[in-house]
Design a protein around this ligand. Structure first.
Ligand code: NDP
Length: 335
């Protein structure tokens, strides 16, 4: 069999000779294993992350190790009770003509495919990992409602194309961002998005704003960089940003200064704004909960009391400079 292994870790954009093809004998399955002949191999942006040693949510591919990747394959030999030669399976395997598998993996077990249901390659895209990515992101985080506007970057791609179509199914306005006129035309005419903006347009911010007359309620982030900077200010109150990926930045050798939202993807961060007055019922709820703790001393508190209204302005200026030590209040009159 032939397999692609990682030869060295790329700096910036990967080059062909960072990889190497090796040959060895087609393995025979041990007890509980199957061997498949690869029909399709998926190539996905996340693989760039596996080439790097930087800490992430998954282990990097080791030097000399076969590249990881999902495949659709035909079982050619089986020592597993659930699989027989001729079965077609999809699952995380590797860049190899033949793969040996224990029938389960870190991403879940191999799935046997129903023959004739859809094109086999579709199980690596719209009916596979990227499709599920779009579905999960929209169902759990984006949650589009009728009349809202959903913006998605890399809109012609595996994830983005599904995101926009799910937005339409929810009755929302779907606005894509894609590279070049052909991709934008495809997004509008074939995928049925309401609009699509070319991210190479000279005035990107203005172009996206024009496509979103009512702002954006959901931004499904696939790209990062300049596109992220252009879409972010358009988010409406209570908007949702689905942090899926930032492919435009995967080859960067240095991070731009300031927070990098890729951490939100890697660490599944939840970042959500708060305005205290949105939930007035919390005031009474908190008083009832906390007053006994304050009284019995189990909830500690420190005040900084300034005497006299005349000192209010000075004390306020001090607050902004850190002069207060504890909650600053002015004693204006007698208790
Ligand atoms: P795509 O099929 O969309 O292919 C990647 C596309 O990204 C390119 O075609 C290109 O489209 C766009 N792109 C690449 N470089 C740049 C750049 N510098 N600026 C702007 N756009 C760029 O890939 P997928 O649909 O498979 O993946 C989309 C995103 O989803 C990726 O960020 C990926 O990492 C992420 N992802 C995350 C998962 C998760 O579990 N969090 C799972 C799966 C995917 P164009 O020419 O239109 O710009």
């Amino acid at each position: 069999r032939r397999s692609v292994v990682l030869r060295r870790r790329p700096q910036g954009m990967p080059a062909a000779d960072d990889f190497e093809i090796i040959e060895d004998a087609i393995p025979t399955p041990a007890e509980g294993e199957i061997v498949t002949r690869t029909i399709y191999l998926s190539l996905d942006p996340y693989m760039r992350g596996r080439l790097s040693e930087a800490k992430s949510y998954a282990k990097p591919v080791a030097i000399g190790e076969v590249m990881t990747g999902e495949t659709v394959g035909e079982v050619v030999a089986s020592a597993h009770p659930d699989y027989a030669p001729g079965d077609i399976v999809v699952g995380p395997r590797g860049w190899s003509t033949h793969c040996v598998s224990a029938g389960t993996s870190a991403w879940g077990s191999l799935s046997k495919l129903r023959k004739g249901e859809a094109k086999l390659s579709y199980y690596l895209g719209i009916l596979g990992m990227p499709g599920v990515t779009a579905y999960s992101g929209m169902k759990d985080i984006g949650q589009p409602k009728a009349g809202e506007t959903v913006v998605v970057s890399a809109a012609s791609g595996a994830v983005g194309s599904v995101v926009g179509q799910l937005a339409k199914r929810a009755g929302a306005r779907a606005v894509g961002i894609a590279g070049g006129a052909d991709k934008c035309r495809f997004v509008r005419e074939e995928l049925g998005f309401d609009d699509c903006v070319d991210h190479r347009a000279p005035e990107l911010r203005k172009a996206i704003a024009a496509a979103c007359p009512k702002g954006a309620d959901v931004y499904f982030e696939n790209v990062g960089g300049a596109v992220q900077a252009a879409v972010f200010p358009l988010l409406n109150d209570f908007g949702r940003m689905v942090m899926c990926g930032m492919v435009a930045e995967y080859n960067n050798t240095e991070l731009a200064p300031g927070p990098n939202l890729m951490a939100a993807v890697r660490k599944r961060l939840r970042i959500e704004g708060l305005i205290v007055s949105d939930k007035p019922e919390r005031f009474d709820e908190w008083r009832r909960l906390a007053a006994p703790w304050v009284m019995d001393g189990s909830l500690r508190y420190r005040e900084d009391v300034v005497d006299g209204l005349d000192h209010a302005a000075e004390a306020f200026i001090g607050l902004l400079g850190g002069k207060n030590f504890g909650k600053l209040v002015v004693r204006v009159g007698a208790e």
